[in-house]
Design a binder for this molecule. Structure first.
Ligand SMILES: [Cu+2]
Length: 161
């Protein structure tokens, strides 16, 4: 462990519970980190159909390394990674672990890296059927590269330009 990490880990330990993803405070797919359902200690991390055309919970916070299971008819509700902006689905970040799923009734994706991973239903995004998986970095998994995903806690000198 080099000096940068020694300096950063105590800071991270002190405030990990309040960490927010880079888009802190920003609304993405109807979600904010603050309003997300914390699920890292839940017995199951699962997204189900909500009332009407919606996900339940749509905005989920998990710990890096955990998996999330979506359970619903993907024929009726094709799952796609990406953000919906102004009613238009955007191309997903290539690092988003959520893969397009158009059949079956259950799919699980692992989220090894901290970040925020938006998703939507390809049939009903115009009804705001979308959400975000927030992947929270916990202190025992910290690496300098991870800290750079969290601009609120990573000093600029630790991050690539
Ligand atoms: Cu749908």
């Amino acid at each position: 462990m080099h000096s940068v990490q020694r300096r950063l880990v105590p800071l991270a330990l002190a405030c990990f519970a309040a960490l927010a993803p880079p888009a802190r405070g920003q609304t993405v797919n109807g979600c904010t980190f603050a309003a997300a359902t914390p699920a890292w200690d839940a017995p199951a991390r699962q997204v189900l159909l909500g009332v009407g055309f919606s996900y339940a919970p749509a905005c989920l916070a998990v710990r890096s390394g955990q998996s999330v299971q979506w359970s619903m008819s993907f024929t009726s509700h094709p799952l796609r990674a990406g953000e919906v902006i102004g009613g238009v689905p955007q191309a997903p970040d290539p690092g988003n672990p959520i893969q397009s799923t158009s059949s079956g009734t259950s799919v699980t994706f692992a989220f090894p890296e901290a970040g925020d991973y938006p998703y939507y239903c390809d049939n009903h995004f115009s009804f705001d059927m979308y959400g975000v998986v927030y992947v929270v970095l916990f202190a025992d998994g910290f690496e300098d590269e991870d800290l750079c995903d969290w601009d609120a806690v990573a000093p600029a000198e630790t991050c690539p330009p």
